[in-house]
Design a protein around this ligand. Structure first.
Ligand code: NOJ
Ligand code: CA
Length: 705
């Protein structure tokens, strides 16, 4: 609902030769944030942003450079400013909250360049109580038809040398460990790339990725990201270490061009999230609010839930994706012999279907079902995978019927090995095939270098590709979980069938690399997950890899209870129970939490949190009176007093507490846990102990007495 709209016509405020210095102030609905838009005498647009009378953004440049000498960067005159106050709310199909409030003051600034046939350019601002979004609009006009963006000039000049949480800027990968440093100490190439299976293209020593999160000395938090990344490349931030200025850095194609647009286009929103307490970043909904409402009318098939998978066993080397262990292109596929190690074989798949059915886990992911895995790796190869050709021991008709009889829905894996042109050529057929066998959705994958050669995972061409896949899924009533894609920007509002992305360093790194330190999961919700859900794949019970292979020394940097708590602290509508089913069968009491914990919520409360240190979250199950609490810590053990203020005063509850054992420790004793039951009422308090690298998960269910 629009409450108030103001339109100021400022046509001809000055002659074209002497531009006026123009200011306009806009306040957030609660008046605590102040945005100032300025046009200099040279007609250059700038903005500043304050919160609680403190400077957040000093004087940020606005503008876009086009190829062939044309630019939207100076010589502007102000034509018009329109402002409005908006207050409304909407209900997401799934999420962390049942209802999302959208409350902001908007300002549309229309500029013209009289030296360029009065070419128009607009900048739209939305100022919320907890942050700012702005974007560039290129109106359709005769003097602007097809054009190429060569650079985006947007800057974010910060007020001080803030502490920040960052990963290196990279055109192809987000699979990095986080660093924590002052802005002036960022050296983005310090971490050696290459510890993952994804292809990496680090940009330079001073580029970092968004969401980029900072904390000031006086205790405010900000995160810079983008919203609604459509038909545009992803933005990284170039850090000026001396002046604390960040500048937009767009992912190029192989010609160095950034985006190919036409009149009538818009840039994604540039977003600054602000918080006085760290936890408020996690419950900030600006990124969702800046995205368009859902385009999907029938959402019946979009059902959040948990899945198990023929998956972790490949990552720990127990079975393989490939059928034969031999290069498939050397030996024709129909002559390949089974190696005996193939994970996705019918007998094994049926064991997983039986388990899912018995334990009421709705979905099963099966990787390694189709031909191509013999030579998928090492990439930049075409025609590797066939998305309609199962391996000989995967009788898809029989398996699909069996799954149906057991009420388990299958998730099909589409690893493209980044031969994306080849995938697009097969897509129509592949989607008909999925529909025929009534799968619930697909997990896509983009390991390797992108084909078309010269494109990047985060460039405009690929951004459009991921969206084409999401749309194609929607046309076919399928859910989507994309791995190695560009990081999310809130598009799950517009495409609620696009449930999750990986687009970060997931739990799999703990299976086959040095892994990620215990603080990793305390940073992700303040950075990557601000843009949208992550398929992190929690729930690993067998923490040490030498259990499978005595020569291995690597392990998860986590206790078993922390793996449980992640279902609450890392939100996703699709959550994997990632471990082998035999590990769950051995610990049915701990597995009970995974069975119980929902993936769709009425409300979310961050009880306390600090990026890099700890996160304590409580969430209320959708349409129920039950609550779930997740508490995780970094490498330090911690104690805290949990209170239950959020419960109803007139109700009784029973809490089941899954806590680290008394001598648990992520390194020395990671699998020790204790489960206790307690009657709980609103006024009660509970002392919680988290082991080093540990966690605690609690279900709080309404009980009669
Ligand atoms: C990387 C993905 O993140 C992982 O989940 C998948 O199993 C492998 N690629 C193989 O596609
Ligand atoms: Ca990955």
């Amino acid at each position: 609902m629009k409450l108030f709209a103001l339109c100021i016509s400022l046509i001809c405020i000055s002659s074209s030769s002497t531009f006026a210095n123009f200011y306009f102030n806009l306040f957030s609905p609660d008046k605590q944030l102040q945005l100032n838009f300025q046009l200099t005498r040279e007609g250059v647009p700038f903005y500043t942003l304050n919160m609680d009378n403190k400077t957040i953004i000093k004087k940020g440049l606005l503008g876009i450079k086009l190829k062939d000498g044309i630019s939207f960067d100076e010589g502007f005159q102000l034509k018009q400013i329109d402002t409005a106050l908006i207050f409304d709310s909407w209900k997401p199909v799934w999420g962390e909250e049942r209802l999302i409030v959208n409350h902001y003051r908007s300002m549309m600034v229309t500029l013209t360049q009289s030296t360029a046939s009065d070419r128009e350019f607009k900048i739209e601002f939305r100022l919320f109580n907890d942050g700012l979004g702005f974007r560039y609009i290129f109106p359709g006009q005769e003097v602007l038809y097809h054009f190429i963006i060569s650079d985006e000039l947007t800057t974010f000049p910060l007020s001080d040398d803030h502490k920040c949480f960052w990963i290196p800027g990279d055109y192809d990968s987000n699979e990095y460990m986080y660093s924590t440093s002052k802005l002036s100490e960022i050296h983005a190439l310090a971490e050696k790339p290459g510890t993952g299976i994804g292809f990496k293209s680090p940009i330079n020593d001073s580029c970092v990725q968004t969401p980029f999160t900072l904390k000031s000395k006086d205790g405010f938090y900000l995160a810079i990201h983008e919203a609604a990344l459509i038909n545009y490349p992803a933005m990284s931030l170039e850090v000026n270490r001396n002046q604390f200025v960040l500048k937009s850095h767009l992912t190029p194609d192989c010609y160095g061009n950034k985006a190919y647009l036409r009149g009538g286009s818009k840039s994604p929103w540039r977003v600054i999230l602000l918080a006085r307490k760290a936890g408020e970043l996690i419950t900030n909904r600006i990124i969702l609010n800046l995205n368009e409402p859902s385009t999907i009318k029938n959402t019946d098939y979009i059902k959040p839930g948990k899945f198990i998978g023929i998956w972790w066993e490949m990552h720990i080397g127990k079975s393989s994706w490939d059928y034969s262990g031999k290069m498939g292109l050397e030996i024709p596929y129909n002559q390949l012999q089974a190696s005996g190690k193939h994970g996705a074989n019918g007998i094994h798949v049926k064991q997983y279907i039986d388990f899912a059915s018995k334990e009421h886990i709705p979905y099963l992911l099966i990787e390694g079902w189709n031909t191509g895995w013999e030579d998928w790796y090492g990439s930049w190869k075409e025609q590797v995978f066939d998305f309609t050709k199962p391996y000989p021991d995967f009788d898809i008709e029989n398996i699909s019927n069996y799954a149906k009889s057991k009420n388990v829905k299958l998730i099909m894996h589409h690893e493209t090995s980044s031969a994306v042109t080849d995938y697009e050529r097969q897509m129509d057929q592949a989607f008909r095939f999925i529909k025929k066998y009534e799968y619930a959705g697909i997990k896509s994958g983009y390991v390797g270098r992108i084909i078309p050669r010269g494109e990047h995972h985060d460039g405009q061409w690929m951004v459009n590709h991921y969206l084409r896949v999401a749309e194609k899924c929607a046309e076919n009533n399928l859910m989507l979980d994309a791995h190695e894609s560009v990081r999310p920007t809130g598009l799950q509002r517009t495409y609620p069938n696009w449930m999750a992305c990986e687009a970060a360093r997931g739990n799999e790194f703990n299976a086959w690399s040095v892994g990620s330190p215990p603080e990793h999961e305390t940073i992700l919700p303040f950075t990557r997950i601000l843009g949208g859900p992550m398929d992190y794949t929690p729930g690993i019970f067998q923490i040490k890899m030498n259990y499978y292979d005595s020569t291995k020394t690597n392990q998860l940097h986590s206790t078993l209870c922390k793996q449980l708590a992640l279902y609450v602290t890392l939100y996703s509508p699709l959550q994997m129970a990632a471990d082998l089913i035999e590990n769950y069968q051995q610990k049915p009491d701990a597995f009970q939490f995974i069975k119980d914990v929902p993936t769709d919520w009425d409300s979310t409360i961050v009880l306390d949190a600090e990026p890099g240190d700890y996160i304590y979250v409580a969430r209320k199950e959708k349409n129920k009176n039950d609550w779930y609490i997740g508490a995780i810590t970094d490498e330090l053990s911690r104690d805290f007093i949990m209170n239950f203020d959020f419960l109803d005063a007139d109700k009784n509850y029973e809490a089941t507490i899954y806590r680290d054992g008394d001598t648990a420790d992520w390194q020395k004793n990671p699998m020790q846990y204790t489960i206790e039951k307690k009657k709980i009422r609103k006024k009660d308090k509970l002392k919680i102990h988290l082991a080093a690298g540990g966690g605690c998960a609690i279900s709080v269910k309404e009980s009669g007495k």
